[in-house]
Design a protein around this ligand. Structure first.
Ligand code: DDH
Length: 278
C-alpha cells in the first residue's frame, strides 16, 4: 500500500470498529475518546500538549487516571498500524476519532495529516490537564479556556457524550448517557433538558445522576451544562437543532485535533515549532 494513502487507512479503521465482544459491539466511542484525550492536554500559553507526538505512548501520560481504558482503543488500532507502518501514531489516533464519528452517523470532520511521533519524552505533558467529572462549571471553563475554547464550543464538544458509556473500573462512573450509544445524535442534549435526574451513589460508591430506571446516567460535569445559564443556552439550541449541533461539533472537534500542531514547510509538524513560538 502506498505511503500517504489515507483513504486506505480510513477503510482499515472502519473494519476494526465492529467489535462483537466489546461494550455495545463497537470500538467507535472509545476511539473518539482516545482522539480527544490525545489532543485535550493542550495548553495555549506554553504551547505544550496536544495530539502531536502521540505522547500517550509514554507511561507518564498513559497512566494519568483520566486515560484509564484508553489502552483498549490503542490496541484496537494495532492491526491498522501494522498494515500501514508509515502513518504516525499521532495521525492514526486522531484520524481514528474522525472515522469513528462518521461511521456512527456523525458529521464529517476536517482532518489533516502531518503529526510526527519522534518527540522526546521531556515534552510529555503533566498529568491532570483533562477534565475531572466530579467538578462543576468553573473547572470545565478553566480546562477548556486553557485549550482556547469558548462556552459555545465547550457545549458542542460535550455532545460527544451521545456516544459510549462510563465504566466503573475505569472512571468509577457507570452506564451510558443515551439509549443508542453507538449512534451519533443530539439525544444527549434532549435528555439533559427533559429527563429528571436523580443523584445516586453507584455500585462502587461514586455519586452520579441517573434516570428513574437507573438505565441512563449523567456526570456532575454534564449537569453543570444545564445549571450554568450560559452553557444552558447552547444545550437548548443543540437539543432543538440537530444540524446546528453537527456543524458546531465538527468545527470544534476539528479544532481540537489541530491544537498545538504547527506544521513546517513540508507539512510535517514538530513539537519544536510550537515551543519556538512561546
Ligand atoms: Fe468524556 N468522559 N468527558 N468527552 N467521553 C467519558 C467517556 C467518554 C468527561 C468525562 C468522561 C468529553 C468531555 C468530558 C467521550 C468524549 C468526550 C467518561 C467515562 C468520563 C468520566 C470513562 C469510562 O469510564 O470509560 C468530562 C469530565 C468532560 C468535560 O468536558 C468536562 C469531550 C469534550 C469529548 C469529545 O470527544 C469531544 C466519549 C466518546 C466517551 C465514551 C468512551 C467509551 O469508552 O465509551
Amino acid at each position: 500500500m502506498a505511503a500517504g494513502d489515507y483513504m486506505a487507512v480510513r477503510d482499515a479503521i472502519k473494519k476494526i470498529i465492529p467489535q462483537s465482544s466489546y461494550d455495545d459491539g463497537s470500538a467507535g466511542p472509545v476511539l473518539v475518546r482516545l482522539a480527544w484525550h490525545a489532543s485535550g492536554t493542550y495548553d495555549k500559553k506554553s504551547g505544550t500538549g496536544g495530539s502531536n507526538g502521540a505522547t500517550m505512548r509514554y507511561k507518564l501520560e498513559a497512566s494519568d487516571e483520566a486515560n484509564n481504558g484508553l489502552e483498549y482503543a490503542r490496541k484496537f488500532l494495532d492491526p491498522v498500524r501494522q498494515q500501514f507502518p508509515w502513518i504516525s501514531y499521532a495521525d492514526l489516533w486522531t484520524l481514528a476519532g474522525v472515522v469513528a464519528i462518521e461511521y456512527m452517523g456523525g458529521p464529517k470532520v476536517d482532518w489533516k495529516p502531518g503529526r510526527v511521533d519522534d518527540v522526546d519524552e521531556q515534552y510529555v505533558p503533566p498529568n491532570g490537564r483533562l477534565p475531572d467529572a466530579t467538578q462543576g462549571e468553573d473547572h470545565i471553563r478553566s480546562v477548556f479556556y486553557r485549550m482556547g475554547f469558548n462556552d459555545q464550543e465547550i457545549v458542542a464538544l460535550s455532545g460527544a457524550h451521545n456516544l459510549g458509556r462510563c465504566h466503573a473500573d475505569r472512571s468509577g462512573f457507570e452506564g451510558p448517557w443515551v439509549p443508542m450509544p453507538t449512534r451519533f445524535s443530539n439525544t444527549y442534549f434532549k435528555l439533559l433538558l427533559r429527563s429528571e435526574w436523580h443523584k445516586r451513589t453507584n455500585s462502587v460508591g461514586v455519586e452520579q445522576y441517573n434516570d428513574e430506571d437507573n438505565e441512563l446516567m449523567m456526570l456532575p460535569t454534564d449537569m453543570a451544562l444545564v445549571k450554568d445559564p450560559k452553557f444552558r443556552t447552547w444545550v437548548e439550541k443543540y437539543a432543538e437543532d440537530k444540524d446546528l449541533f453537527y456543524r458546531d461539533f465538527a468545527a470544534g472537534f476539528g479544532k481540537l485535533l489541530e491544537l498545538g500542531v504547527i506544521r513546517g514547510p513540508e507539512g510535517k509538524a514538530l513539537r519544536q515549532y510550537a515551543r519556538a513560538k512561546l
